[in-house]
Design a protein around this ligand. Structure first.
Ligand SMILES: *[C@@H]1O[C@H](CO)[C@@H](O)[C@H](O)[C@H]1NC(C)=O
Ligand SMILES: *[C@@H]1O[C@H](CO)[C@@H](O)[C@H](O)[C@H]1NC(C)=O
Length: 249
């Protein structure tokens, strides 16, 4: 108890004196008066995504490593499927192509369209229910690999005063995801019964669209939450005037 009180107080003290930060060097700003701001942002986003700082993380800006991105748990539960996924590692997020970025400064809204040529999700799965309506019992490793994964991220934002400066904070982020092709592999189905396991894996891969439909709402939620958290970690440190200055020299 004593220990945690100290930790909390220290944290408050530290964050109390924390000054605002400029944008990190690997993010180039676009002027909010640029008539082609969407194009400017799209160009700069490509440089950011391929920068090594994102793969390794940047603790100064509270960014965790992004390749792989680690997710503790995601639960898929709909009429076709009951599947618990744990200790996920997501590879390939930094290979994204930015198809479009759209800012609406009047409506306080933005949209990102991203394409990921290859994303692999590795982790543990557990099910004692259904996968694509088949009654299935299993507990092992899962590999979900998406080729040509498209993601849209839509979010509102509000302007908030933090330490006397205006900051842009994302709210109500939502994602949709869909894949050009999904490959799935589950180990240790039916207590390691090889024949049944191979049949079930073959069935899921023949019906990969239905599998993708069932898992995509859960993945979309995880991705939306992750993007919102990462951006807001940085956005609470870097004032709006640094992110979207009046002019860029
Ligand atoms: C995951 O599955 C993909 C597609 O089948 C495969 O290319 C890749 O090697 C697998 N990764 C691992 C770690 O098993
Ligand atoms: C993903 O988006 C790109 C560009 O917007 C498009 O050309 C492609 O067909 C889309 N892929 C799928 C699987 O819908």
């Amino acid at each position: 108890m004593q220990g945690s009180t100290c930790a909390v107080l220290t944290f408050i003290c530290v964050s109390g004196v924390l000054a605002s930060l400029p944008l990190p060097k690997y993010i180039k700003p676009c002027s909010r008066n640029d008539p082609d701001i969407d194009e400017c942002a799209k160009r700069h986003a490509k440089d950011v995504i391929s920068h090594p700082a994102l793969a390794q993380g940047d603790s100064k800006y509270k960014l965790p490593p992004l390749n792989p991105l680690e997710i503790k748990e995601s639960i898929v539960r709909d009429k076709r499927m009951t599947l618990t996924l744990r200790d996920l590692k997501i590879y390939g997020l930094l290979g994204a192509e930015v198809d479009a970025i759209r800012y609406d400064f009047e409506k306080h809204h933005m949209q990102f369209l991203l394409n990921f040529p290859l994303v692999t999700v590795l982790g543990k799965y557990e099910t004692d229910g259904r996968i694509l309506l088949l009654p299935i019992k299993g507990n092992g490793n899962i590999n979900i690999t998406d080729v040509n994964l498209n993601v849209t991220f839509d979010t509102d934002y509000s302007l908030q005063q933090i330490r006397g400066k205006t900051h842009m904070i994302l709210e109500n982020g939502k994602c949709t995801v869909w894949s050009g092709r999904t490959y799935v592999h589950l180990t240790n189905l039916f207590n390691g019964n090889e024949v049944l396991g191979a049949q079930v894996n073959a069935f899921i891969n023949e019906n990969w669209k239905d599998f993708q439909d069932a898992v995509s709402p859960a993945f979309a939620e995880v991705i939306a939450r992750t993007i919102t958290t990462l951006v807001n970690n940085m956005a609470t440190l870097v004032p709006y005037d640094e992110v979207f200055p009046e002019t860029v020299s």
